[in-house]
Ligand binder design. Structure first.
Ligand code: G3H
Length: 269
């Protein structure tokens, strides 16, 4: 019997995550969260076993924390990036410890906009993932291939290598989330097909198993990201190795994001 078959089936809580990127100041963040809470208020039955998280700019996090705690909202939040360092002379950087102090649950690491626009290497992403884990945040590790990569490699080759690199300091039992985001689908208006995403996600789950163990691979959530909207989320959520989505543009509209959160309304699972 294979290792995978030996592990008792694990239920992975779906995660619907909104990455605001560099959008919304703290006043707009407060208005957004209030409106989102209001929009979802009577819809809890549609997403009772779904976890919802937002990733606002750093300057919004304190306001989001205040609102979430004052109104006891079922909403997680995290940083869009994190420093590899704990503290010191690193102008402009944000420590994972500071995010933890604001009761963040997550930190995104390795988003393609950082890998390519800020030239972050696999080593840097690994150090950021470790810094987040060491501060007791859950790293949300992004991986994905460019259109150019696809001309030379199998679709899963680059994302799998990036994930191997990011997990170098991780061990069995560690808590992290993987987001498969094909770079060619980000902000493109056209997502990968659920089949394309599932094929890569299943390879990524094997990479997690090799880097940790089978039980960790079975409990680790793998998200798809890249032009996710309310009208295409169902295909991804029906894919066996996809446990949620990382949404960019469509997470900036309250109604649109609420509709993504309530994806079960659009189909039978
Ligand atoms: O972090 C989110 C991804 O970059 C996806 O962005 P998008 O939904 O605008 O394509």
């Amino acid at each position: 019997m294979s290792d995978a078959a030996n592990v008792t089936a694990t239920v992975r809580t779906p995660l619907i995550a909104g990455n605001w990127k560099m959008n919304f100041d703290h006043l707009q963040a407060i208005a957004f969260v209030q409106k989102l809470a209001w929009t979802l208020k009577d819809a809890a039955h549609d997403y009772d076993d779904v976890e919802v998280a937002i990733f606002p700019p750093f300057t919004d996090l304190r306001s989001v924390q205040t609102l979430v705690q004052a109104d006891k909202l079922e909403l997680k939040y995290g940083g869009q990036d994190v420093s590899t360092h704990v503290s010191g002379a690193y102008t402009g950087e944000i420590s994972a410890q500071f995010l933890k102090k604001l009761d963040c649950d997550y930190a995104i690491v390795g988003h393609s906009e950082r890998r390519y626009r800020h030239v972050e290497s696999d080593e840097t992403v690994a150090a950021k993932a470790k810094a987040a884990r060491d501060a007791e945040l859950v790293p949300l590790i992004c991986v994905g291939e460019t259109a150019k990569d696809l001309e030379r490699h199998e679709p899963s080759a680059v994302p799998a290598n990036q994930l191997r690199g990011a997990l170098i300091d991780f061990k069995a039992g560690d808590d992290f989330v993987v987001a498969y985001e094909p770079v060619w689908a980000i902000g493109a208006g056209a997502a990968a097909t659920p089949e394309q995403a599932q094929n890569v996600a299943s390879v990524l789950r094997r990479v997690v198993a090799q880097a940790t163990d089978e039980a960790t691979a079975q409990k680790t959530r793998i998200l798809y990201g890249g032009s996710v909207k309310a009208d295409n989320i169902v295909g991804f959520m029906k894919s066996p190795d996809i446990d949620g989505v990382l949404v960019g543009g469509a997470s900036l509209d309250v109604e649109g994001f609420a509709s993504i959160v309530r994806y079960k309304k659009h189909a039978t699972f």
